[in-house]
Write a protein that binds this ligand. Structure first.
Ligand SMILES: NC(=O)c1ccc[n+]([C@@H]2O[C@H](COP(=O)([O-])OP(=O)(O)OC[C@H]3O[C@@H](n4cnc5c(N)ncnc54)[C@H](OP(=O)(O)O)[C@@H]3O)[C@@H](O)[C@H]2O)c1
Length: 319
C-alpha cells in the first residue's frame, strides 16, 4: 500500500510517499481503507519532534513510528478479534495520535473510532476528530460550560476554534470570538455573537468579562485570564516558554485554569457525529489536497492561519 513515511525528524520535505506492507488487523482493531485525512498542528509537531519533550513519546533520536497522520475517515476493510460493533463496509472516522493515518490502510483501535453518519462526505468527517474533540472537551469537560454562560474563544476561526464557536452556541452560551480581520465575517457566519479582530484590539488590554475563556491560539497571559474570566482552558501554545510561564504563575494563584490534551474516545466522537448528522455543526474545509500532496497540506497547516480545516483526499482522480 501507499503511505507517507518519515525516517528522521524534520519539515514536510522529509516525508516520502512509499510502498509499504498493508497492516494486518490486530485484536480489538479495525482495518480501515482510508478515504480522507485532515491535517492538524499535531502532525507537524510530531514530524519535527517539537517541542523536544514530545520525543520522549515519539522517539528520542528518530521517529519510532514511520507513518505520520492522525485524523482519518474511511471504510472498514476487516475486523480484528473481539470486535463486535463494526462490520466490513461500515463508514468510520477517528484519530490515531500515535500516527499511521496518512496511508491507504490503517489498523485502528476501535476505542478511538466511531461510525460516520450516513450521507456525510469522508472529507467532512476527516476534518472532525482532533479539532472537534478538542473543542468539545475544552468547552464542556474542562471549561464546564453551562447554558446561558458567556465564553471568549481566542483563535476562533481555526480548526479547533470554528468547532468551539458552533458547539458553544449549541450548548446555549453567548460567544465572543477573537480572530483576524479577514475572518470576522466567517466567525459571525458560524454563530459568534460578538467578534474581536485582534488586528484592531489589543487583547491584553481588553476588559471584557466572561465565564469561560478558551485559548486555542495560546498567546493569552495569566493576567488576561484573571482580568477577563472566571475559568480558563489553555488549548494551544505559541511557545512552550509562554505556556510554562502561564502555568507557573497559576500555581501561585487560585484561578481555575486547565491545560489538557484532548482524548480520543468513541463516546465523544459519537456526540460529534450526531451534531454533524443533525447539521448543528458544519465542517468548514479551506482546502482539499490530493494524497500525493500531504507534505503541502502540512506546510499549509504549519502557517497557523487556516480557516476551518485542511483535508486530504485518498480517492483523488487527476484531471
Ligand atoms: N490541547 C490539545 O489537545 C490540542 C488539540 C488540538 C490542537 N491543539 C493546539 O491548538 C492550537 C490550534 O489548533 P488548530 O487545529 O485550531 O490550528 P489551526 O487550524 O491552524 O488554526 C489556527 C488559528 O489561529 C488563529 N490565529 C493566528 N494568530 C492569532 C492571534 N494572534 N490571535 C488569535 N488567533 C490567531 C488563526 O486565525 P487568523 O487567521 O484569523 O489569525 C487560525 O484560525 C495549536 O497550537 C494546536 O497545537 C491542542
Amino acid at each position: 500500500m501507499k503511505a507517507f513515511t518519515k525516517k528522521v525528524y524534520g519539515g514536510p520535505e522529509v516525508l516520502q510517499l512509499e510502498e509499504v506492507a498493508k497492516p494486518v488487523v490486530k485484536d480489538q482493531h479495525i482495518l480501515v481503507k482510508v478515504m480522507a485525512n485532515s491535517a492538524n498542528p499535531a502532525d507537524w509537531h510530531i514530524l519535527r519532534g517539537k517541542p523536544l519533550f514530545a520525543r520522549l513519546s515519539f522517539g528520542l533520536f528518530k521517529p519510532k513510528k514511520p507513518i505520520l497522520g492522525a485524523d482519518f475517515a474511511g471504510i472498514v476493510e476487516d475486523v480484528g478479534n473481539g470486535v463486535e460493533d463494526y462490520k466490513v463496509g461500515d463508514h468510520v472516522f477517528g484519530e490515531m495520535l500515535g500516527g499511521g493515518a496518512f496511508a491507504e490502510f490503517a489498523s485502528v483501535p476501535v476505542k478511538v473510532c466511531a461510525k460516520m453518519p450516513v450521507n456525510v462526505k469522508f472529507a467532512n468527517m476527516a476534518g472532525v476528530p482532533i479539532a472537534g474533540l478538542t473543542a468539545y472537551q475544552a468547552l464542556i469537560i474542562h471549561g464546564k460550560l453551562t447554558k446561558g454562560e458567556s465564553v471568549l474563544i481566542n483563535g476562533a476561526s481555526g480548526g479547533v476554534g470554528h468547532f468551539a464557536v458552533q458547539i458553544a452556541k449549541i450548548y446555549g452560551a453567548k460567544v465572543t470570538a477573537i480572530c483576524s480581520n479577514k475572518n470576522v465575517d466567517f466567525v459571525k457566519s458560524i454563530g459568534a455573537d460578538n467578534v474581536i479582530a485582534y488586528d484592531n484590539v489589543n487583547i491584553h488590554e481588553h476588559d471584557g468579562n466572561y465565564d469561560v475563556i478558551i485559548d486555542t491560539h495560546g498567546n493569552l497571559k495569566h493576567a488576561d485570564y484573571k482580568r477577563m474570566g472566571k475559568r480558563g482552558v489553555i488549548v494551544g501554545f505559541t511557545t512552550m516558554s509562554h505556556m510554562v510561564a502561564v502555568l507557573f504563575k497559576n500555581t501561585l494563584s487560585k484561578f481555575p485554569l486547565t491545560q489538557f490534551t484532548a482524548e480520543a474516545n468513541t463516546q465523544d466522537l459519537e456526540i460529534l457525529a450526531s451534531l454533524v448528522k443533525d447539521n448543528k455543526i458544519k465542517v468548514h474545509i479551506e482546502k482539499i489536497y490530493p494524497y500525493t500532496q500531504i507534505p503541502d497540506a502540512i506546510t499549509h497547516i504549519e502557517k497557523m492561519r487556516t480557516r476551518g480545516k485542511v483535508v486530504v483526499d485518498w480517492n483523488w482522480k487527476e484531471g
